[in-house]
Write a protein that binds this ligand. Structure first.
Ligand code: UDP
Length: 331
C-alpha cells in the first residue's frame, strides 16, 4: 500500500516507518522536523512541510497516490499543554482538521490516528477499558479527545474509515539499535533515568511520593514502540469505510516510578541516584490498560511483556547514541 506517515520523523512515527518498510509498503514521510529528526527516517521519502499547509498535503497525497494515512504529528507534553494550550489546539486540533480536509479533497479515506490514555483523565476503574468515561484533566488529552470526535463525525458524514489507537506509555527502541527516542529537552521517565546512567544528569527526580499506590509513586503501563507499530499494521488491515475503531494499546501491567528506576539500575549496572520532589501537575496516580479489546478486534497483543526487556532495548539505543541523532550530523 502507498502510505503517508505524518510525523514519521518522530519517535513513534520513525519506528512505524521502519516496520511498514519491512512489511513491503511504500512509505512517504511528512514532517516539519520541529520534534523529528531527518536521521530517524529510514527507507522512505521525507517531505519536510507543515501539516497546516493543506494544499501541500493534498498535493503530496495526490502525487504519491496515497491510499492511507498514519498520523503521529502532535504536541504531546501534558505540562506544556497547561501553560501553552494555544500550541496544542493549533498543532493538534487545527492541524488534524487540515489533514482531514486535504484527505477529503483528494479522496483518501483511511486513517490511523495516535490517540492517548490521557483522554480518560482520572479513570474510575483501572485497568482501563475503552468504555471508561473520557474526561481529560489537561489540554493535551482534551485536544486528542476533540480529534476522536472529529473522526467520528467525518466517518458518519464523509465515509472516513479510521482507527484511534489510545497509547499508554510508549517506550523502548528498535531491537537493532538504529533508531530510538530523542527529545530535546527530554521529559520522559525512562530516557531521563538512562541519561543519569550515562552520566548526563546527576540524579532523577521522582515527581510525587504520596500517591495512593503501594510505594506512593505513579503507576504507568509502558508499551514498546515496536508493539505500537505492530498494532498500527493490524489496524490498517481492518479499516472499514464509514466506521471507527477505538482501542487501548498497552500491556495490561503497570510499574511504579520507583520500579522503573530499579529496573534501569539492574539493566545498566549504574546506582542511579534519586531525589524526591513534588507531584507534577496533571499526573493521574495510575494509568494501566485493559488490552483485551485490542486482542479481540486487532488480533494483537504486546510482545514485550516485561519492563526489563523494554528498558534493555532503550539502553542499547541510548548507550550507543548518547547524543541521540546529533551523532549523525545536523537535522
Ligand atoms: N516522572 C518522574 N520524574 C521524571 C519524569 C517523569 O517521576 O523526571 C514520572 C511522571 O510523573 C509519571 C511517570 O514518571 O508518573 C511517567 O512520566 P512520563 O513523562 O514518562 O510519561 P507520561 O505518563 O507523562 O506520558
Amino acid at each position: 500500500m502507498n502510505i503517508l506517515v505524518v510525523g514519521g520523523a518522530g519517535y513513534i512515527g520513525s519506528h512505524m516507518v521502519k516496520l511498514l518498510g519491512a512489511a513491503g509498503h511504500r512509505v512517504v514521510v511528512f514532517d516539519n522536523l520541529s520534534e523529528g529528526h531527518r536521521g530517524a527516517v529510514t527507507g522512505a521519502e521525507l517531505v519536510v512541510g507543515d501539516l497546516q499547509d493543506e494544499s501541500l498535503v493534498a498535493q503530496v497525497l495526490e502525487s504519491r497516490s496515497i491510499e492511507a494515512v498514519i498520523h503521529f504529528a502532535a504536541s504531546a507534553l501534558v505540562g506544556e499543554s497547561v501553560t501553552n494550550p494555544a500550541k496544542y489546539y493549533g498543532n493538534n486540533v487545527v492541524a488534524t482538521y487540515r489533514l482531514l480536509e486535504a484527505m477529503r479533497s483528494t479522496g483518501v479515506s483511511k486513517l490511523v490516528f495516535s490517540s492517548t490514555c490521557a483522554t480518560y483523565g482520572q479513570p474510575d476503574l483501572v485497568p482501563i477499558r475503552e468504555t471508561e468515561k473520557q474526561a481529560p484533566v489537561n489540554p493535551y488529552g482534551f485536544t486528542k479527545l476533540v480529534i476522536e470526535r472529529m473522526l467520528d463525525d467525518y466517518a458518519a458524514a464523509y465515509g472516513l474509515g479510521f482507527a484511534a489507537l489510545r497509547y499508554f506509555n510508549a517506550s523502548g527502541a528498535a531491537e537493532d539499535g538504529t533508531i530510538g527516542e530523542d527529545h530535546v529537552p527530554e521529559s520522559h521517565l525512562i530516557p531521563i533515568v538512562l541519561q543519569v546512567a550515562l552520566g548526563q544528569r546527576d540524579a532523577v527526580s521522582v515527581f510525587g511520593t504520596d500517591y495512593p499506590t503501594p510505594d506512593g509513586t505513579c503507576i504507568r503501563d509502558y508499551i514498546h514502540v515496536d508493539d505500537l507499530g505492530a498494532a498500527h499494521l493490524a489496524a490498517l488491515e481492518r479499516l472499514t469505510p464509514a466506521a471507527g475503531l477505538k482501542v487501548n494499546l498497552g500491556t495490561g501491567t503497570g510499574y511504579s516510578v520507583l520500579e522503573v528506576i530499579e529496573t534501569c539500575r539492574r539493566v545498566t549496572g549504574h546506582p542511579i541516584p534519586v531525589t524526591f520532589g513534588p507531584r507534577r501537575a496533571g499526573d493521574p496516580a495510575e494509568l494501566v490498560a485493559d488490552p483485551s479489546l485490542a486482542r479481540q478486534v486487532l488480533g494483537w497483543q504486546a510482545r514485550y511483556r516485561d519492563l526489563e526487556s523494554i528498558v534493555r532495548s532503550a539502553w542499547r539505543w541510548h548507550s550507543a547514541h548518547p547524543r541521540g541523532y546529533d551523532d549523525r550530523g545536523p537535522k
